[in-house]
Write a protein that binds this ligand. Structure first.
Ligand code: AMP
Length: 190
């Protein structure tokens, strides 16, 4: 079983790459951002709760996000493995993921960060916002707030996974195929 955490700032290409990797390795792709957006679209209680945080570019509280993620994993109990995209984003989430996976006789195989500069990412996100309809992609100040959330709350996870010898990073600039090849060369080692 392979469980990959795709790590990196908003807009770096985690979702795009996950689409390729899930086919190649027959994994279930769980994007917490996509699950929140689905709930907002369907006006569920979870969606109503998450919306105010997402609209500002703030992280949704850990308790809500962790319960949601665990439910998504449990829905797929026959899976060969998972690609976690956009989760964990805080140390509490990473600890909860380790505990939850080990209870289910699983573990994170590797965390792979995609890297690109903030200016490159702002341009990508504003461009994506023209077609995605995502309000958090259409406003530079919200995008910068998402980076700030990342720097404060998510960046410490590099240390968390490095201590477990599970942290890898690849250049996130290049063609989609080039970046997929960089990722698969790491995943194929497991
Ligand atoms: P994303 O699609 O990954 O860019 O996520 C969009 C938004 O969903 C984020 O800005 C957060 O508001 C929320 N979100 C997604 N994943 C998480 C998470 N793991 N923890 C907290 N908030 C999250």
């Amino acid at each position: 079983m392979i469980n990959i955490v795709l790590f990196g700032k908003p807009g770096v290409g985690k979702g795009t790459q996950a689409e390729f990797l899930k086919i190649q390795y027959q994994l279930i792709h769980i994007s917490t951002g996509d699950v929140f957006r689905y709930n907002i679209k369907n006006a569920t209680d979870l969606g109503k709760l998450a919306q105010s945080f997402m609209d500002k570019g703030d992280l949704v509280p850990d308790s809500v996000t962790i319960n949601m993620l665990e439910a998504e994993v449990e829905k797929n109990n026959q899976a060969k493995g998972f690609i976690f995209d956009g989760f964990p984003r805080t140390t509490a989430q990473a600890e909860a993921l380790d505990t939850f996976l080990s209870k289910n006789k699983m573990e994170v195989t590797a965390t792979i960060a995609l890297e690109a500069s903030d200016d490159e990412l702002v341009n990508r996100l504003l461009k994506r916002g023209e077609t995605s309809g995502r309000t958090d992609d259409q406003d530079e100040s919200k995008i910068r707030n998402r980076f700030e959330e990342y720097n404060q709350k998510t960046a410490p996870l590099r240390g968390f996974y490095s201590e477990q010898n599970k942290f890898h990073s690849v250049n996130g600039i290049g063609s989609i195929d080039e970046i997929t090849a960089r990722l698969t060369s790491i995943i194929d080692q497991f």
